[in-house]
Design a protein around this ligand. Structure first.
Ligand SMILES: *Cc1c(COP(=O)(O)O)cnc(C)c1O
Length: 479
């Protein structure tokens, strides 16, 4: 059955199921607030929406915010009316520093960069989180409810989430970061937000300790229910849905549905490239998807040899891609296993227990026809930043550089290739100076970042301390 986008009012009762098959059907509002499904799986649409060639042509030339609203409407079902959603989308993207929101910059005859870093915190995560904060407000008002967002960050997610949620009614947000282990720009983007509903906790430990504390807080059911904990990490389906829009917009700009395109995506948790896959699944003519990784190359190894095996995370010049396991891969696995929740759950349990996974041969071949894997170390990343600047004058940040190298290694003649530029180079001044001797200035709205006062508390990696800090935050802000 096909789900059409017109008439844009209500796309119908869109339902979601868990990749592990035990959660029943949920609507968009539940999926938005819950993040993870009760059975430990990830939510996916019960049925994929479809964009026909006529639907795609109908979006050509629309402003970015209107394309985003039309794509999002396919997923929000009857949770929010189309007029309201369109207004939210315009409001969310009005704060971006480029009139095109997600501009395409041409580097040569078949290579483009899709700049996803013109949002308030200079990384692509603003695209989803700016819209999500507005969707949260809508759903919470309708339900007369409050939530407490709790997250762990090694860099970009925390600042994007704080920026999106600051000063919003009905939402408190607490973000844990590893004390002394984020870059100064990344830390200041979080800790200089002094809004009363924002709590920054610097945990004495590393990123894994932060993440374990978040998981432990969610596993403490009485606490979770008492404070209405909610998550905005990249396993939240609404984030993936919001990211589909820029792949659609870029493909349209380069000639879709009448011309195929390829994308190369700097990848960590597999959220961003999954959104590109979803666009393809929905009918956008995407001929090739390249998964670009740094030295944390679990996905490259999987695509090369059907061996998904966990190795210790190694720090790199592209820290937002420093992951051991790509959580969103589970959504793809679910598709490859014929949407069989029991099989997906068993495969994930086995993966957790043994630290490795091989998928059935047919599924692996399917993965390899859809995705190309590419990995690049730090020396290669610096060389790519230099080479791109020398050849084109373009300054790419270290994450984008990994995907640029991937795109060059993997190009097909005549196929327009688009590299997702996931962060602004000014976010990584040390790497930029190492590569090319200069770092671009921070954009105007962040020009005084280094002079602004910071507020954060250093706390031990102890769940009871985190929980009491959250309770105090909520007590202060609940009328
Ligand atoms: C988060 C992030 C990534 C990785 O994206 P995933 O969706 O986790 O694959 C890549 N680059 C930058 C700059 C990021 O902030």
């Amino acid at each position: 059955m096909r789900r059409r986008i017109a008439p844009y009012g209500v796309a119908g009762p869109m339902k979601y199921i868990s990749t592990r098959g035990h959660s029943g059907e949920r609507d968009f509002a539940d999926v938005l607030l819950a993040g993870l499904a009760d059975d430990g799986g990830l939510y996916v649409p019960a049925e994929w929406p479809h964009l026909s060639a006529a639907d795609l042509r109908g979006m050509r030339g629309l402003p970015y915010a209107d394309i985003a609203a039309r794509i999002m409407a396919l997923f929000t079902g009857d949770t929010v009316g189309f007029e309201t959603l369109s207004a939210m989308s315009r409001d969310a993207y009005a704060g971006f520093a480029h009139p095109a929101v997600a501009p395409l910059v041409q580097l040569d005859s078949t290579l483009w960069v899709l700049e996803l870093f013109h949002g308030p915190t200079l990384a692509f995560k603003d695209f989803a989180l700016q819209l999500l904060a507005r969707l949260f407000a809508h759903v919470l008002t309708a339900r007369d409810q409050r939530i407490t967002i709790l997250g762990a960050t090694s860099g970009d997610t925390g600042s994007a989430a704080i920026e999106a949620c600051r000063d919003r009614d009905r939402v408190d947000i607490a973000i844990l970061h590893p004390a002394g282990r984020t870059s100064e720009v990344q830390r200041r983007q979080m800790t200089t937000v002094l809004s009363p509903n924002v709590l920054n906790l610097a945990v004495e430990g590393n990123f894994d300790d932060c993440q374990d504390l978040v998981k432990a807080a969610f596993a403490d059911a009485p606490f979770r229910d008492a404070v209405h904990l909610s998550a905005v990490n990249s396993i939240n389906w609404a984030r993936i849905a919001a990211q589909i829009a820029y792949y659609v917009a870029a493909a349209l700009a380069l000639g879709a549905p009448d011309r195929e395109v390829a994308f190369a995506v700097p990848t960590g948790n597999f959220g961003n490239v999954l959104a590109a896959w979803a666009a393809r699944r929905m009918g956008v003519p995407i001929a090739r998807l390249t998964v670009a990784s740094n030295r944390n190359d679990i996905l490259t190894r999987f695509l090369a040899s059907n061996d998904m095996s966990i190795r210790p995370v190694q720090p790199s010049l592209s820290p937002s891609m420093d992951i051991g396991v790509s959580s969103n891969f589970e959504r793809l696995l679910f598709e490859f296993l014929g949407r069989d929740g029991a099989r997906t759950g068993a495969a994930m349990a086995d993966f957790r227990a043994t630290g490795r996974m091989a998928v059935p041969e047919a599924a692996w071949h399917q993965a390899r026809t859809l995705f190309h894997g590419f990995a690049l170390d730090d020396a290669g990343t610096l060389a790519e930043i230099r080479a791109t600047r020398a050849a084109t004058g373009y300054l790419a940040d270290p994450h984008t550089a990994v995907a640029l190298a991937a795109a060059r290694a993997d190009r097909c003649a005549h196929l327009p290739t688009v590299v997702a530029a996931t962060a602004h180079p000014a976010k990584f001044p040390d790497a930029m100076r190492d590569a090319v001797g200069v770092s671009p200035p921070l954009p105007a709205h962040l020009a005084t970042l280094y002079e602004r006062p910071e507020r954060f508390s250093i706390v031990p990696a102890d769940l009871s301390v985190i929980e009491s800090r959250l309770r105090a935050l909520i007590a202060r802000n609940t009328p």
